[in-house]
Design a protein around this ligand. Structure first.
Ligand code: UT7
Length: 318
């Protein structure tokens, strides 16, 4: 038994925040943000939207595309760093809002690698025969953990959600996955704040040593892609589409170059979304499936990297 992605869905909040909008309240410019990151605009969740709402909207669209109902789903896994609350998990809230009463539900916390971590875990749970139809969602509202006075971070992130339906299959869909972590590098990207005794202790905003994260990301992304390719007895020449974590076009370009994958074979959505952390890969997958670039039978390489430090790759036969 194997697992296979049979449908995708995504959701972006309505409000668009452009680089020029940002330059009105923080010392930055459209030119700086575009040349350093490739980002032009990002979406911002409405005050009455929670991460679970974004996840539910993306999940519903994936279910519709799969021709399934919420009752058909027996597992929901949400990758998020910005959960609705400390507990219960956002996945449990999504289960209730979707009405997926037959589903087990839990969250994965691996920051920007969260979707690849979730996909890898759920692949094993479905391939074992224990679960038949799983909804794997990446959903984030980073706008609520950004310090809007810190130009080094607030210009880079955005809100959104993406989802895939993973079903049991006689033919392999997820060909290989590989996950890594290096907790000793946690200082270069974190939100150190936490709740203690009814109060927030420490700074509850994103902190990032941008150049250190950049260097690390470029080093590890191509390496882990090569690991999954080797596991599947493939080479970069077999890849139809590279779908990397969407943080920065310079990181994406450098990864493609190191792998030897042409720019035309790389899906890039960061321009209009910014870095949506665990949501970025399923958002990019859904974009490329719906615009007809990713087609059945093709080989898709996803690769994530983020706080922890964590990184991982999933090689997929569509
Ligand atoms: O999901 C993973 C999470 N994060 C990432 O993948 C991000 C990885 N890192 C990056 O993408 C890049 O390092 C950044 C886009 C964050 C920054 O680009 P950089 O080329 O590494 O710039 P820098 O941090 O070295 O900063 C260059 C200059 C500094 O000024 P000085 O010291 O040279 O005078 C910064 O203060 O740019 C300044 N700067 C800004 N200027 C205008 C930093 N942020 C801004 C800003 N607008 N928003």
């Amino acid at each position: 038994m194997f697992s296979k992605i049979v449908a995708t869905g995504s959701y972006l909040p309505e409000k668009i925040l452009t680089n020029d909008d940002l330059a009105k309240f923080v010392d930055t410019s459209d030119e700086w943000i575009r040349t350093r990151s490739g980002i032009q605009s990002r979406r911002i969740a409405a005050d009455n939207e929670e991460t679970s709402d974004l996840a539910v909207n993306a999940g519903r669209r994936a279910l519709d595309a799969a021709g399934l109902t919420a009752a058909d789903i027996d597992l929901i896994v949400v990758a998020t760093t910005t959960p609705d609350m400390i507990f219960p998990s956002t996945a449990c809230i999504v289960q209730d809002k979707l009405g997926a009463s037959n589903a087990a539900a839990f969250d994965i916390q691996a920051v920007c690698s969260g979707f690849v971590y979730a996909l890898s875990i759920v692949d094993k749970m479905v391939a074992s025969g224990q679960h038949k139809n799983a909804l794997v969602i990446g959903a984030e509202i980073y706008s609520r953990i950004l310090n809007w006075k810190d130009r080094a971070t607030c210009v880079l992130f955005g809100d959104g959600a993406g989802a895939v339906v993973l079903t049991a299959s006689q033919t392999p869909g997820i060909l290989a996955t590989r996950l890594h972590a290096d907790g000793s590098r946690r200082a270069i990207l974190n939100v150190p704040g936490h709740v203690r005794g009814g109060q927030v202790w420490g700074d509850p905003y994103v902190h990032m040593d941008g150049p250190a994260v950049f260097k690390m990301a470029v080093q590890v992304m191509a390496d882990v892609c090569n690991e999954t390719l080797a596991m599947a007895n493939m080479t970069a020449a077999d890849i139809d589409w590279l779908v990397p974590h969407q943080a920065n076009v310079r990181i994406i370009d450098a990864t493609g170059k190191r792998l030897g994958i042409a720019q035309e074979k790389t899906i890039v959505t960061v321009q209009g979304q910014g870095n949506t952390s665990a949501a970025s890969i399923p958002l990019a997958l859904d974009t490329a499936v719906r615009d007809g670039r990713i087609k059945p039978g093709q080989v898709v390489q996803t690769v994530g990297v983020g706080g922890g430090f964590t990184w991982g790759s999933a090689l997929i036969r569509w």
